[in-house]
Structure formats: structure tokens, C-alpha cells
Design a protein around this ligand. Structure first.
Ligand code: DAK
Length: 258
């Protein structure tokens, strides 16, 4: 498929890469770009040859937020009724893991997309922030909910209410990102991580992601029950038989992803 604002690539077998491509606007997320990202994620999610996805920008900017020029004239009613602009929940429907490879600015909607991803590999130049308050608004893509879960209430309040920005090292310290690496290798490192995940049983990986994400929504006991359900389900797969047989026979497993 042809996209106007993103580039698609399979840099190594099993890994689907989505690159925001509005460099002059620091990858500001207009509604078409966001829709294209969802379309590409959905396509990779349904592609049996792909086991993990990466969302990235460029070295200067992951994304400097939703497109302010597009939003400037948007009214309440347009915002409320326009699915493209308002519905970012499509991200929750992606079953395979998604890694954000972040360099430079990850502001507003950019920070929110990074947080929607399952893991974040950050370049040492990455800066995370929710500067919406400077525009007279607040985060609308999950920032108020996901940030507090990642860094706690006190810091989330400061980031959202006082435009406190986090350097990559601070983001690592507070648990927002998985790792910080030099700027010239951040994408390479993300690809290596994605390649590792894609080399495993896709069905087990999906079940793991699904169970972990439930922890946000369920009580501990409900979450434990949910985990047990996924755990038992995996005993019905070819990959469980193969993984355990391969261990006992001291060989590498050959995954069927079923
Ligand atoms: N939107 C549109 N254009 C942007 C942009 C943005 N967010 N950020 C940068 N640009 C454009 C600039 O206008 C400039 O364009 P030209 O003037 O050259 O045409 C170009 O990118 C380069 O930017 P600067 O000249 O400003 O570059 P600097 O290096 O000096 O500064 C900066 C970089 C990132 C510090 C600065 O550009 C900046 O502060 N940008 C705005 C950051 C921001 O406020 N972001 C939050 C936006 S609000 C929702 C989901 C999500 C959202 C809303 C709803 N729903 C699901 C309902 C999210 C909202 C937001 O993200």
C-alpha cells in the first residue's frame, strides 16, 4: 500500500518497521499520518511472517505532538464527531508487540504513542514531554492515564501541569523506557530487540502481551485468573510441544506459531 506520511520496511525477517515521515514538521501527527500508522500496524499484525513491529521517527524527532496547525481551527463538535482525530484506541487492538524507537522530541501525542507501545528504546538525545498545557489543552491520547502508571502521580502531575520534560536518562530512571543507547544505534538496537521477539513463538508472545496488559484493568485476582487462562491455552499449541521437546532433546525449537 502507498502511504503519504509514513515509510514501511521489513529491515530483517519478522520485523515490521513504521517510520513517521514528515521531517519538516518534526513528524507532527496529522490525522492522516495517525490513520496510516494504524493501517500499517494492522497490516503487519495480520501478516504471519511478522512477529514484532517498530514505530520510529528520525534522529531529531520521534514526533513533536499532534499537528497543532490541523487542530487550531478544530471545533468541539468536529473533535467529538471525527473518528480519525479522536479515536486512538485502535492501538489497543494490536496483538503483536510494538516497540517505539525514540530519538529527539517525543512530545504530546508523540509521547503518548511511545507510551502506547509495549517497549521503548530511547536514543540518548530523546526528550519526553506533554506540553499541551502551553496550548490551553491537556493530553488527549492517553497521557494523563499512561504517564501516571509509568512514572507515578507526582511526576506525571509535573510533566502535564508544568511542562516538565524528561531527558532519556531521567526517563530510564523513572521506568518510562527500557534502555538508552547512543543516537547512532538506537534504531539498530530496537531492531535487534524486535528480531529477538520475532524469533520466538508468536502465539506465546501474543498471549504474554495480552496477559501483561490486563494488569492495567483488572484486580490482582482477576489478573491472575486471566494469566492462568492464557497459560493453559498455550498447552494446546504446537509450539508448546515443540518448545519443551526441543529443550529435552537439546536442540533449537522450530516454531510453527500455532
Ligand atoms: N504541530 C505542527 N507543527 C509542528 C509541531 C506540531 N506539534 N511541532 C513542530 N512543528 C513545526 C513547526 O511549526 C515548524 O514548522 P515551520 O514553521 O518550519 O513551517 C517546524 O515543525 C519546526 O519546528 P520549530 O521551528 O518549532 O523547531 P524547534 O527546533 O525550534 O523547536 C519544538 C522544536 C519541538 C520544541 C517545537 O517545535 C515545539 O514546541 N513544538 C510543539 C510541541 C507541542 O506543543 N506538542 C504538543 C502538541 S498537542 C488526541 C490525541 C493526541 C493529541 C490530541 C488529541 N485524541 C486521540 C483526541 C495530542 C495533542 C498534542 O500533541
Amino acid at each position: 500500500m502507498e502511504y503519504a506520511h509514513i515509510l514501511i520496511e521489513v529491515p530483517t525477517a519478522g520485523v515490521g518497521l513504521i517510520r513517521f515521515n514528515r521531517p519538516k514538521a518534526l513528524n507532527a501527527l496529522n490525522s492522516q499520518l495517525v490513520q496510516e500508522m494504524f493501517d500499517a500496524l494492522t497490516a503487519f499484525d495480520g501478516d504471519d511472517t511478522i512477529g514484532c513491529m517498530i514505530v520510529t521517527g528520525n534522529e531529531k524527532a520521534f514526533a513533536a505532538g499532534a499537528d497543532i496547525k490541523e487542530m487550531a481551527e478544530t471545533t468541539y463538535v468536529e473533535m467529538f464527531t471525527s473518528d480519525n482525530l479522536t479515536d486512538w484506541s485502535a492501538f489497543n487492538k494490536i496483538g503483536k508487540p510494538v516497540i517505539a524507537a525514540v530519538s529527539g522530541y517525543a512530545f504530546g501525542g508523540g509521547c503518548e504513542i511511545a507510551m502506547m507501545c509495549d517497549m521503548i528504546v530511547a536514543s540518548e538525545t530523546a526528550v519526553f514531554g506533554q506540553p499541551e498545557i502551553n496550548l490551553g489543552i491537556i493530553p488527549g491520547g492517553g497521557g494523563t492515564q499512561r504517564l501516571i502508571r509509568a512514572v507515578g502521580k507526582a511526576l506525571a502531575m509535573e510533566i502535564i501541569l508544568a511542562d516538565r520534560r524528561l531527558t532519556a536518562q531521567e526517563a530510564l530512571h523513572y521506568g518510562l523506557v527500557n534502555r538508552v543507547v547512543p543516537a547512532d544505534v538506537y534504531l539498530e538496537e530496537a531492531i535487534k530487540l524486535a528480531e529477538k521477539i520475532a524469533s520466538l513463538s508468536h502465539v506465546a508472545v501474543r498471549m504474554g502481551k495480552d496477559a501483561i496488559n490486563r494488569a492495567y484493568e483488572l484486580t490482582l485476582q482477576e489478573g491472575l485468573n486471566y494469566e492462568k487462562r492464557n497459560f493453559y491455552l498455550l498447552f494446546g499449541t504446537e509450539d508448546k510441544k515443540e518448545g519443551m521437546a526441543a529443550f529435552i532433546e537439546k536442540r533449537k525449537p522450530t516454531w510453527q506459531h500455532k
